[in-house]
Structures are given as structure tokens and as C-alpha cells.
Design a protein around this ligand. Structure first.
Ligand code: M6R
Length: 366
């Protein structure tokens, strides 16, 4: 069942290029260079009527939603809020017929997410589910469903479900932009082409994992690990930090790099491991400044940057380069080394990688 891999998690990490291809199939039209969703029966009028999108989910699916916010706001200019389902359901959310609620859930059975779906419908919102399981409670109750084609995910730590959820947000963003008229054709075509190329780029990353393995092993005795980034890099680093906590049991945190001076910097001392993501072109100089700040306090920095961006080189201890891509798309690439760091750290510690302590794959009780 593990296809020669030692763990389901590793197998599932390596399945990501295929899972993404499958999720694109029938939706991303490579010839026409556009996105089609047969499963969505929305009119342009309906889409234009939504003045807000609310994304609600738990854990890794919530982190996919954070990328979704960046993507949808950028591509459609529709305001997007993202909230964890356990918070959303117990307050009085401002949701009505003019809101599109998107619930994200690999299993389609998460209790809090299902409750948020029901509450949203009760308040008059239209609910779209992004889920990996046909016939799940969430798939059945939502008004519309985008099915991710990740295939069964066995490891408790979610990997391929996350990347297919993130991909769904790119496709959805492009799809919604048609009704909103927010993208020019040239950019849209370039984006579609760039998305098509993502699985190959992930393959490239997966061909060279030695350095990442070494890094994962090197942090196994750390008390704390910090992930720093800005914009989409910050959103993806929250996922990297969750992966590490979940299976290595090492405390870790992801901080928006600009927040360093507002408190976190006090935690950096000689030898503190810091994973610094620097793939967002618009803020890369700012990010480099943050890397210098932690380096000056003795941090051991692994820099994750885009191939060819050599300016990071002099300021970090290790570097992991990802293939070049539009800044908006890099989360699909940077998350791969982050997943692998968590995997190799957990492995080096002798933990049960696929079944971490205290956790269950599907959280059907709150
Ligand atoms: O099935 P769901 O996507 O609704 O599950 C949500 C979370 O429980 C899940 O993503 C959890 O955070 C993972 N174990 C993280 O790897």
C-alpha cells in the first residue's frame, strides 16, 4: 500500500504532482487557456451579487484558505475573510445572501466545519465546499462542491490535500475573475500556463531532497523553530509550522516577518533555527532586511528563495531554491520543502510519522 515508501506521508508528498494534475483535469483548459468548472452553476449576475467571501475551515484546510484569500483578492478584488470554523460558529458572523461562504475540508466530516456550513446556510449565504471526499457530509450539504482529486490521504499530517485545495483556489480565482472582469486576457493566459507547469516544478524539487533531509535532521534537538515570511510566504509558513509541530512535537511558530521588531526578536538567540521564506518579489528587499536582523542575533537560517535570486546567499546558513514562478503561485512550491523538513525531523526523532500522538485523521467531534 505504501508503494515502496517508508511512510504514507512520504508517499503522499511524492504524489502531489499527480494529485494536482488530476485536480486540473477538465477544469484548466490548456488550449483555450482558461478555467472551466462544469460543477459550478453560477451566473455572472450571481457572482457579481456577492460582496464578500468568507472562507471557513480547520487546521491545514484553514491554511489553504489563507492562501485562498491572497489569491481571490488579488485576482477578483472581492474582499475575503478567513476564519477557523470553531471560532466562526460560536460568534455572530456577518453573513447574508450577499456572501459566498467557502468551506474547505479534506475529509468533509470535520464537525466544526460542518456546523459552520449549516450556520451559513441558515443565515442565507450560498455555500461552496472544497473537499476531497465524494458523498461526505460536507459534500452532500453544500450548495456547490469542488472536489479535489488528491485520492485517499492516510497520513494524519495533511500534504496532498493542502496542495490540491490551494490549487482549487487558483482555479476558482481565475473563474470568478471572468464575471468580475478583473484580469486582462494576457495575464490570465500566462497564469493558466504557469499553473500548468507547477506539477513539473514540484517534481524538480522532489528530485533533490538531500539538503532538506539534512536540514530536517539538524533541527531535531531544537527547543523552538521559527518560520518567517511576508505575504503568501507567511501564509504558507503557518502550514510549515503546523506540520513540524504535529509530527516532530517541536514547538514552532510562524511570524509575519514585519512583526519581528514587535516582540518575536526577543526569542532569537545563538543557534535558534529560523526558516526564512523569500519568494515574494514585491517585498523581497524587506524580507532580506528581516533575515539580516535574525542573523545578527545568531539565528541558524535556512533561506527558501527562488532560483537565480542570489542576494539571499550571503545572509543565510543554508539555502533551498525553488524553481522560478509567479510570486502568487510559489506557495505550491515552497510548501514542499516545508513538508519534507517536518517529515525528516520526525523521522530522525523516531516518532510515528503517520500517526502522531494525540491526533486523529478526522475530527468528527468538537
Ligand atoms: O478533514 P479536514 O480537512 O476538515 O481536517 C481539518 C484538520 O483537522 C486537518 O487539516 C489537520 O489540521 C491536519 N492533521 C493537519 O495536518
Amino acid at each position: 500500500e505504501k508503494n515502496g515508501y517508508d511512510h504514507f506521508m512520504l508517499k503522499e508528498i511524492f504524489e502531489q504532482p499527480k494529485a494536482l494534475e488530476k485536480t486540473m483535469t477538465g477544469r484548466l483548459n490548456k488550449e483555450a487557456k482558461q478555467v472551466e468548472f462544469e460543477e459550478l452553476n453560477w451566473t455572472h449576475e450571481q457572482i457579481k451579487n456577492w460582496n464578500k467571501i468568507s472562507i471557513v475551515a480547520c487546521g491545514t484546510a484553514y491554511h489553504a484558505g489563507l492562501i485562498g484569500k491572497h489569491v481571490i483578492e488579488e485576482l477578483t478584488r472581492i474582499p475575503v475573510e478567513v476564519e477557523v470554523a470553531s471560532e466562526f460558529r460560536y460568534r455572530n458572523p456577518i453573513i447574508d445572501e450577499k456572501t459566498l461562504v467557502i468551506v474547505v475540508s479534506q475529509s468533509g466530516e470535520t464537525a466544526d466545519t460542518l456546523a459552520a456550513l449549516r450556520q451559513s446556510q441558515h443565515l442565507g449565504a450560498h455555500v461552496l465546499a472544497i473537499t476531497n471526499v465524494v458523498g461526505s457530509s460536507i459534500a452532500r450539504e453544500a450548495d456547490e462542491v469542488i472536489l479535489t482529486m488528491a485520492g485517499p490521504e492516510i497520513a494524519v499530517a495533511s500534504t496532498k490535500a493542502y496542495t490540491t485545495q490551494v490549487l482549487s483556489f487558483y482555479l476558482l480565482g481565475i473563474y470568478l475573475s471572468e464575471a468580475k472582469g478583473t484580469l486582462n486576457d494576457e495575464f490570465k493566459e500566462q497564469l493558466v500556463e504557469a499553473i500548468t507547469a507547477i506539477p513539473e516544478k514540484i517534481e524538480e524539487i522532489l528530485e533533490h531532497t538531500k539538503g532538506i533531509q539534512w536540514y530536517g535532521e539538524s533541527i531535531k534537538d531544537a527547543d523552538s523553530v521559527f518560520f518567517l515570511g511576508r505575504g503568501a510566504d507567511h501564509a504558507v509558513s503557518l502550514e510549515g509550522s503546523l506540520k513540524l509541530k504535529e509530527i516532530s512535537y517541536i514547538h514552532s511558530e510562524a511570524y509575519a516577518a514585519g512583526e519581528l521588531k514587535h516582540g518575536t526578536l526577543a526569542l532569537i538567540e545563538e543557534g535558534t533555527p529560523v526558516v526564512a521564506l523569500m519568494t515574494q518579489e514585491a517585498v523581497s528587499e524587506k524580507m532580506l532586511g528581516n533575515i539580516k536582523e535574525v542573523k545578527a542575533r545568531g539565528a541558524q537560517v535556512l533561506g527558501i528563495a527562488v532560483e537565480g535570486d542570489m542576494k539571499i546567499w550571503d545572509y543565510v546558513d543554508e539555502t533551498c531554491f525553488i524553481p522560478a514562478a509567479f510570486s502568487i503561485l510559489t506557495p505550491l512550491l515552497t510548501v514542499i520543502p516545508l513538508q519534507l523538513i517536518a517529515y525528516y525531523t520526525s523521522l530522525a526523532l523516531g516518532n510515528d510519522v503517520d500517526k502522531p500522538r494525540n491526533l486523529a485523521k478526522s475530527v468528527t467531534v468538537e
